[in-house]
Design a protein around this ligand. Structure first.
Ligand SMILES: [Zn+2]
Length: 511
């Protein structure tokens, strides 16, 4: 009896073992991708349910809200060693999902600048209205509406992930803000991979992030954190948004006045009267070389809205400004080589350290070109040279070498040979930066500057209002006694002293 019972128990145990082995084998037959997808799908579906479910989300035809908060100007402060400038931001937006259109209005500040824009986007065509300058500018961007929706509304992000199911994978569990999270990943049609964090207890999306390259430090994660939720029309909407880049807060917004299905009037999407049209922005940069004077050239639109100046000296070339990134520097260098084939680039001058103006500096460093900058920027550019770039390796990452940096002593540096004179002046502390170089060519009565006078792009004679920075620039030109006729610029067309005067008059009239 006892023996028999033992035998039957062993049989049961053996058969149980077989069943579980069969299950393991059945699972083993599935690929890692399939298993990971199934897990991710479960997390995503629970996340959609937690937001209100597919049915409630499907009923949203339009959504409007107001937002306000702080922008922290990363790599855009008064100097590299001062805290990021805290700029206030206020705005409102309407996302008309049904009509595939958006109205987005925002007023913000940066050192020495005020911005107030209104955008109306229909499909891939957009119009930007500068509410202060009273100008209108068209643009084309097939991803504009998707980007605005995804980065502000979790339901848009999660429904996009659902449509891109083949790219869904489970990454694992991770703690965030002291809470366990289920983490999945998917990629949008533009190739961006988004990591989504869901609170394991509530299934709500708490954070999403992607990888990017920062001008200063190189490889970074950009995190979009949802601080909380409110319920509107059966759907959960974020109470705000915090953006971190490289672990540092660059934006902290609160959301208010959320409304769903108000069916905004058709007239809201029509353009208002009283705006002058600027030439349309080209979606892809098409640089052209403009001769400003003998041996002095401008690479116009090395990147959209960014010009680079260069001077062909007897034995070498001096370049002023390295905007945006390596792509911009490559386009500028190609145009320089095409225009002046037989001279090496020896110097690259950075007007100021701001990353949109100096993001392409590493390409010059990689070629051993001497960077000429002001004393306060030395540490910043040394850090830029040390930045870790494995996500998007550039020339310097592929062939590292120490940067050659020359500091402008006593606010002035002169480059000269028997036919050319180029003078650099540090115009000193202004509303935009503590140190700012301008490039002055006395014989040509020409000055090249960045951010000090921003006229609209070439192809129009409209003069837009200046700002506090423009006033400071005019004062400094006068104090330095420079004899200037032409003012070339990083942003916008080359102007005159009359344009500068009118821009300041228009600015004063706004106050
Ligand atoms: Zn700047």
């Amino acid at each position: 009896m006892k023996k028999y019972r033992f035998a039957s128990y062993s049989l049961i145990i053996i058969s149980l073992l077989l069943v579980s082995l069969q299950q393991i084998n059945a699972q083993g037959a599935k690929s890692v991708s399939e298993k990971s997808y199934v897990q991710a799908r479960r997390v995503l579906d629970a996340g959609i349910e937690a937001l209100g479910g597919r049915e409630a989300i499907g009923k949203i035809e339009d959504l409007s809200l107001k937002f306000s908060g702080i922008n922290y100007a990363r790599n855009q402060s008064l100097s590299p060693d001062t805290a990021y400038f805290r700029g206030t931001v206020e705005g409102a937006m309407t996302l008309d999902t049904k009509g595939n259109r958006v109205i987005f209005e925002q007023a913000s500040t940066l050192p020495g600048f005020r911005f107030h824009n209104r955008q109306i986007i229909k499909g891939e065509k957009g119009l930007v209205f500068d509410m202060e300058a009273k100008t209108a500018n068209t643009f084309t961007n097939p991803n504009a509406i998707a980007n605005i929706g995804r980065s502000r509304f979790p339901h848009v992000m999660l429904m996009t992930a659902s449509e891109r199911a083949a790219t869904l994978r489970f990454l694992g569990q991770e703690d965030f803000d002291g809470k366990k999270q289920n983490v999945i990943i998917f990629s949008t049609s533009d190739g961006t991979q988004w990591t989504l964090y869901f609170d394991a207890a509530t299934n709500l999306l708490t954070k999403f992030e992607n990888l990017d390259t920062d001008s200063r430090v190189g490889d970074v994660a950009q995190e979009f954190i949802i601080p909380g939720y409110m319920s509107v029309g059966g759907v959960k909407i974020p109470t705000g948004r915090i953006i971190k880049r490289g672990g540092e807060v660059i934006q902290d917004f609160k959301v208010s006045d959320v409304q769903i299905n108000t069916r905004p009037a058709e007239s809201a999407f029509e353009r208002a009267q009283g705006f002058e049209d600027l030439p349309a922005n080209n979606p892809t940069p098409t640089p052209i070389v403009v001769e400003l004077a003998k041996d002095v050239y401008l690479v116009q639109d090395a990147a959209n809205g960014y010009n680079v100046m260069f001077v062909a000296m007897n034995d070498y070339i001096l370049v002023a400004e390295a905007p945006i990134n390596e792509g911009t520097s490559r386009r500028a260098m190609a145009k320089i080589k095409e225009t002046v084939p037989n001279k090496p680039i020896k110097y690259i001058v950075a007007t100021h350290f701001h990353d949109d103006h100096s993001g392409g500096i590493r390409t010059y460093m990689a070629e051993g070109v001497t960077l000429v900058t002001t004393p306060g920027n030395k540490g910043y550019f040394e850090a830029v040279a040390k930045g870790v770039r494995t996500i998007a390796p550039d020339a310097l990452a592929l062939k590292p070498r120490p940067p050659v940096i020359e500091i402008v002593q006593n606010m002035k540096r002169v480059f000269t040979d028997d036919q050319h004179t180029v003078e650099l002046y540090d115009i000193g502390a202004g509303p935009h930066t503590k140190e700012m170089l301008i490039v002055y060519l006395p014989k040509e009565k020409l000055v090249f500057q960045g951010d000090l006078l921003n006229l609209p792009q070439a192809g129009t004679t409209i003069i837009t209002p200046g700002n506090e920075t423009t006033v400071h620039f005019a004062d400094r030109l006068k104090a330095l006694g420079l004899n200037v006729e032409k003012i070339a610029a990083v942003h916008g067309r080359t102007g005159t002293m009359d344009d500068l005067r009118v821009a300041i008059e228009k600015f004063k009239a706004l106050k």
